[in-house]
Design a protein around this ligand. Structure first.
Ligand code: CMC
Length: 388
């Protein structure tokens, strides 16, 4: 078919123009709306970056306060939804439950599910950002066998989320403040990453004029896969496997080179150099783990794994470097998150990006329904067997 070229995984196909995120994978550069990720990591906050990513400009102090207030007010979920969350299987993976719950928002809030109405999209934007942490925390409490905790309108976004997850905190206010800052930074570093698998999914679903809640729910499911957001959980499981091998990093790397397994948290479709997010996260991991009484065995293994992989031609020839997921799990674990919540944290971080892309696509006159072509390689016409 004339112009159709084969491009598995769309590695070479631009499906839209976008003003949100700039990545130069060869140079290891990442910017949201023009601002370098390092500057945002140092000076900004997750909510400010969420506003920036979605609205295109940094908020004034007043705008940021209004935004935070709106999220606070909208944090609770309706009682019927709490009943639904309570009824979900306790042994289900939190990502599966999260996707299901987000999908039902279109039903609980059918007054904000019309994708063609700007006011409704605005309302849905706030509701999604406000309620995702509440839903995630409720799921965590239920799947870990404890009572859910209501959102507290007096608390800030990230602080509130931690309180809904863990109750009173560690009992050490300084450490609690460090954890709040750490989670805020991790969410910020995940806020957008242009057309990664889940964001591309949100756009594909949205391109049929599906509502934003359903599109985001599809994004949650895409993120769950171990090659994408599920990698942060997979990294921890890999480090535990290596610990089970007596900490034999060399033996594990041999298995990777024999292609029996992948080095999780390494490699990226776009970065063929250091992932700038992984540098920020590695520094944070060192700060958090320095607070612990004993050196963290898994962090030590991660450091050794990174050092040995970066010195090995197998990895350097393929331009495999640590990505955003390599060190995040070590931090989440130190903060007391169970492994099955790691990818949920990624979802909360990535939500502003999903929303921003969905909204940008809706306003883009060049948008068409996503409908790739294929190269048919099946049988040519053949006769249906005669009935005997
Ligand atoms: N470990 C070992 N070998 C690897 C890895 C890895 N993590 N990643 C790629 N390779 C090898 C691959 O086997 C291939 O080698 P060869 O040329 O000999 O066949 C070569 O590198 C190119 O790999 P690819 O699969 O064509 O690369 P891709 O762009 O399709 O995949 C990726 C990108 C991120 C899926 C992949 O690097 C991977 O599976 N990494 C591990 C999972 C992971 O950490 N994912 C998180 C990505 S970052 C944030 C996010 O999206 O969540």
């Amino acid at each position: 078919t004339g112009m159709t070229t084969l491009d598995p995984g769309f590695g070479n196909t631009a499906s839209c123009r976008s003003e949100i995120t700039y990545i130069d994978g060869a140079a290891g550069i990442l910017r949201y709306r023009g601002y370098p990720i390092q500057d945002l990591a140092q000076h900004s906050s997750f909510l400010e970056v969420a506003y920036l990513v979605i609205r295109g400009a940094l908020p004034s102090a007043g705008e940021l306060k209004d935004f935070a207030d709106q999220l606070r007010t909208n944090a609770p979920v309706p009682d019927e939804m709490r009943t639904l969350l309570d009824a979900l299987p306790r042994n289900g993976h939190p990502m599966t439950l999260l996707a299901a719950a987000v999908n039902t928002l279109a039903a609980y809030y059918d007054d904000s599910a019309d994708p063609t109405d700007d006011d409704q999209v605005e309302t849905a934007t706030i509701r999604l950002l406000a309620k995702l942490p509440t839903i995630a925390a409720h799921i965590h409490r239920r799947t870990s066998g404890s009572e859910p905790i209501d959102p507290d309108p007096a608390r800030d976004y990230v602080e509130n989320f931690l309180a809904m997850l863990f109750g009173q905190g560690t009992g050490d206010t300084e450490l609690d403040a460090l954890y709040t800052r750490a989670l805020d930074l991790l969410l910020l570093l995940h806020a957008d990453h242009e057309l990664n698998c889940s964001t591309a999914t949100v756009r594909v679903v949205g391109s049929s004029d599906a509502d934003i809640y359903g599109s985001v729910s599809a994004g949650v499911n895409a993120l769950f896969g171990p090659l994408h957001g599920g990698a942060n959980q997979a990294v921890l499981e890999m480090l535990e496997e290596i610990r089970g091998m007596g900490g034999d990093v060399d033996a594990f790397l041999e298995k990777v080179k024999a292609k029996e397994t992948r080095l999780m948290g390494f490699g990226h479709r776009v970065y063929k150099n250091f992932d700038p997010r992984s540098r920020e996260i590695k520094g944070l991991a060192a700060d958090i783990l320095a607070r612990q009484e004993r050196p963290d065995e898994l962090f030590q293994l991660a450091l050794e794994l990174e050092r040995k992989a970066l010195a090995d031609p197998y990895f350097t020839e393929r331009k495999l470097y640590p990505n955003v997921d390599f060190y995040s799990g070590v931090i989440y674990r130190a903060m007391g998150f169970p492994t099955n919540m790691f990818t949920v944290l990624f979802a909360i971080g990535r939500l502003p990006g999903w929303i921003a892309h969905w909204r940008e696509q809706r306003k883009d006159p060049a948008t068409r329904i996503a409908r790739p072509r294929q190269l048919y390689v099946g049988p040519t016409e053949r006769p249906y067997p005669a009935q005997g």
